[in-house]
Ligand binder design. Structure first.
Ligand SMILES: CSC[C@H]1O[C@H](OP(=O)(O)O)[C@H](O)[C@@H]1O
Ligand SMILES: Nc1ncnc2[nH]cnc12
Length: 288
């Protein structure tokens, strides 16, 4: 029996979910190591939810140091079929103002020090990723924004940089020339791993700053980001409630639910037993 239907990954400034009731905190073990934090199971709008603080409570883990694989595996182990992520982002366009929400539908990868696949160790798999965000989950966020009465723009490109330093002005202007909308340090690896895990993923990107390209705004600082997040946390939580309410009971009607069907290249007979066992949670439904 699944312990949760919906996973929520809270980013910078969102280390717990006050709206959760009947809560229980659990430590989830995974073959990929420890998730960022203990996970809080609870009920939100009548749905069974699992909440994970991405950087740990107290914000202890750098974007580069995040164990994305353990975080997503833990969600799979709990039975989650949708992950709703919340993240702070810098704006790369005038029209995305601090405190607005954007619901990105594309990513550009500018990272270079991350492990973002469950495959390897004798098994090769390639999932389709042309549409990295689940449209059902994204529309649930859009609905949540409507209900909360906040700006929630559906669609946009999220640049995932390595960090932890913010961008140079030349980089920020380069990303603008690419037509990108927002910039952050964490979401793409989660989206990739969620796809391999056949979990639908979408992110609510809270605009906190204009990065460093805007001539009439100061360059981004953590201080500025924290102020915007604090002013906007209640809104984010309201949006989440609406989104949770809008989600179907599972993602079986989305293409994400069968992402692994044609993904594995490796001859079954050659997959090392330890690797097969480590990935059983993903592969059993196809191989029995
Ligand atoms: C707090 S400033 C930069 C930090 O904020 C974002 O984190 P998250 O995506 O977890 O909200 C950004 O990606 C950086 O990790
Ligand atoms: N300007 C920015 N660059 C990268 N990550 C961010 N998170 C919030 N603002 C950001």
């Amino acid at each position: 029996m699944a312990q949760a239907e919906i996973g929520i990954i809270g980013g910078s400034g969102l280390y717990n979910m006050p709206g959760l009731t009947d809560t229980q905190e659990i430590k989830v073990e995974t073959p990929f190591g420890d998730p960022s934090e203990t996970i809080v199971l609870g009920t939100l709008e009548g749905r069974n939810v699992a909440f994970l603080a991405r950087h740990g409570r107290g914000h202890r883990i750098l974007p580069t140091e995040l164990n994305f694989r353990a975080n997503i595996y833990a969600m799979k182990k709990l039975g989650v079929s949708f992950i709703l992520s919340i993240s702070a982002v810098g704006s790369l366009k005038e029209e995305h103002k601090p405190t607005d929400f954007v619901i990105p539908d594309q990513f550009i990868d500018r990272t270079f020090a991350r492990n973002a696949t469950f495959f390897g160790d004798g098994i090769v798999g390639h999932v389709a990723f042309g549409d990295p965000i689940c449209s059902v989950a994204a529309k649930a966020f859009e609905q949540g924004c409507k209900e909360a009465g906040v700006v929630g723009k559906l669609g946009g490109t999220y640049i995932n940089m390595e960090g932890p330093q913010f961008s140079t002005r030349a980089e920020s202007n380069l990303y603008r020339s690419w037509g990108a909308d927002v910039i952050g340090m964490t979401n793409l690896q989660e989206a990739k791993l969620a796809r391999e895990a056949e979990i639908s993923y979408a992110t609510l990107a809270m605009v906190t700053d204009y990065d460093c390209w805007h001539e009439s705004h100061d360059d981004v600082t953590v201080d500025q980001i924290v102020q915007v997040i604090h002013a906007n946390t209640k809104n984010a939580q309201e949006v989440l409630k609406g989104a949770v309410k809008a989600l179907p009971k599972d993602n079986s009607n989305t293409p994400v639910a069968s992402a692994l069907k044609f993904a594995i290249m490796t001859d079954k007979k050659t997959i090392p037993a330890a690797t097969r066992e480590k990935l059983a949670i993903f592969l059993d439904k196809y191989e029995g």
